[in-house]
Design a protein around this ligand. Structure first.
Ligand SMILES: [Zn+2]
Length: 416
């Protein structure tokens, strides 16, 4: 077995064991299990002779020195947190791919022309703090200080409190102190499992991401009507919050049809829908429904169109049902285009390595969006993965993972 394969097997199984939370794994952002994953990566990197650095937010940088230490570095990596009861590969695959590349270089006695740094970002999954990319934003010194007060969804403690408890320096984060500087980075390549069925359907091991979808999300939206007796209140007197929300759902699905008919792709998801358990009942007209709405797409104009649809439907529902749709705070993130020259080079590397690869957009968000947003040449390699992601059944074949590392190896060997 090659150096990279044995490292990958060892690290993936140690991660699965060390952060097990049946079913699946749980690596809460700034929790002990995320730290265990960081410790494991650090231990492997130290054994490979890497230089270790940790920034004020706790992001871990593991560097294999190159022959020209002042040349722009190759940055690889991803995040090590997971959703609750998630799969072993989401995020971790990108960090392990970087370490596997370094293991391969060491085994072959290859000194790269420039530094190769593997980064393990903190807190990428919005399951913990209801914002994505906190770790990678902080890694560039770009995290807005106000976001340090964001409470973690399970503990209610702020991001700053969690950072401090884990031994890091939120004040340094607030001051924008960072170890990664865009000018020092020649390219960022994030290996990540595909979280949808596209590569499995196409029967291809790897994807090359062209753009990461942007979007907007309402996490604290409400439909507010009036509580009433289910038998005693005639229809015309009702302000049924469930029916108001239903109008919004069907209205937005009609908009989705219109957008698809025009040849554009978006996703709309009402992930959380709940009447108030303290007040609802089988014989009660619901006065309030809390819901979330997540809208994503690769075209900013189409996203704006859907925002206007939301406003139009809100006004119509107030008029026809007497139900107030309050979307609450809006969280938005922009479309992130990957760098065309880097995509072309990785495509050529895959071709040289004899590995078929598919250009595709990413519906899910990734740290590479932050890197691209900071002006760093960025690309993503997707690895085929059955059973989706954010669940314990993620199924990445280690041969497909090895194919991604082969593309990186080719890339490193042909990098000027
Ligand atoms: Zn991920």
């Amino acid at each position: 077995m090659s150096a990279r394969q044995s490292l990958a097997r060892r690290v993936f199984s140690a991660l699965a064991e060390g952060t097990a939370d049946p079913p699946g794994v749980t690596r809460a952002a700034y929790g002990p299990s995320e730290q265990a994953a960081h410790d494991l990566a650090r231990h492997e990197a130290e054994a490979l002779g890497c230089e270790i650095a940790i920034d004020p937010a706790g992001n871990l940088l593991m560097t294999l020195p190159g022959s020209d230490r002042r040349a722009q570095r190759l940055l690889l990596g991803s995040h090590l947190d997971s959703v609750p009861h998630g799969g072993n590969y989401d995020g971790a695959a990108g960090v392990v791919a970087g370490l596997a590349l370094i293991a391969e270089a060491r085994a072959r006695g290859f000194m790269p022309p420039r530094d190769v740094t593997v980064v393990a970002f903190r807190a990428e999954e919005a399951a913990w703090f209801p914002l994505s990319y906190l770790g990678s934003e902080a890694a560039l010194g770009r995290l807005a200080a106000a976001l340090l007060e964001t409470p973690r969804s399970d503990t209610g403690q702020s991001l700053a409190e969690h950072m401090r408890a884990a031994g890091f320096d939120p004040e340094g984060v607030a001051r924008g102190e960072a170890l990664l500087r865009p000018d020092d980075i020649g390219a960022f390549v994030e290996v990540h499992i595909e979280q949808g069925p596209v590569l499995v359907g196409a029967d291809l091991p790897l994807g090359l991401v062209t753009a990461i979808n942007g979007g907007f999300r309402y996490m604290q939206a409400r439909a507010v009507g009036a509580w009433d007796h289910s038998g005693a209140t005639p229809r015309r007197h009702r302000q049924d919050a469930v029916l108001g929300l239903t109008d919004l759902v069907t209205g937005l699905e009609a908009a989705w049809d219109r957008i698809e008919a025009a040849g554009q792709a978006v996703t709309l998801t009402f992930g959380q829908v709940a009447t108030d358990p303290a007040l609802h009942g089988g014989s009660r007209v619901a006065g309030e429904v809390a819901f979330s709405l997540d809208v994503r797409g690769a075209d900013a104009g189409v996203l704006d169109e859907l925002r206007r649809d939301c406003a139009r439907l809100r006004d119509e529902i107030a008029e026809t049902r007497g139900v107030v749709i309050d979307f609450g705070p809006e969280f938005t993130w922009p479309v992130a285009r990957m760098t065309p020259a880097l995509i072309a080079r990785l495509e050529a590397c895959a071709q040289t390595a004899g590995i078929p690869i598919l250009r595709m957009p990413s519906g899910a968000g990734h740290d590479a969006a932050v890197m691209a947003g900071a002006g760093i040449a960025s690309a993503m390699l997707f690895v085929r993965n059955a059973e989706g992601s954010h669940n314990p059944d993620e199924a990445m074949d280690l041969d497909d993972f090895a194919a991604a590392v082969s593309v990186l190896w080719q890339f490193l060997n042909t990098w000027p």
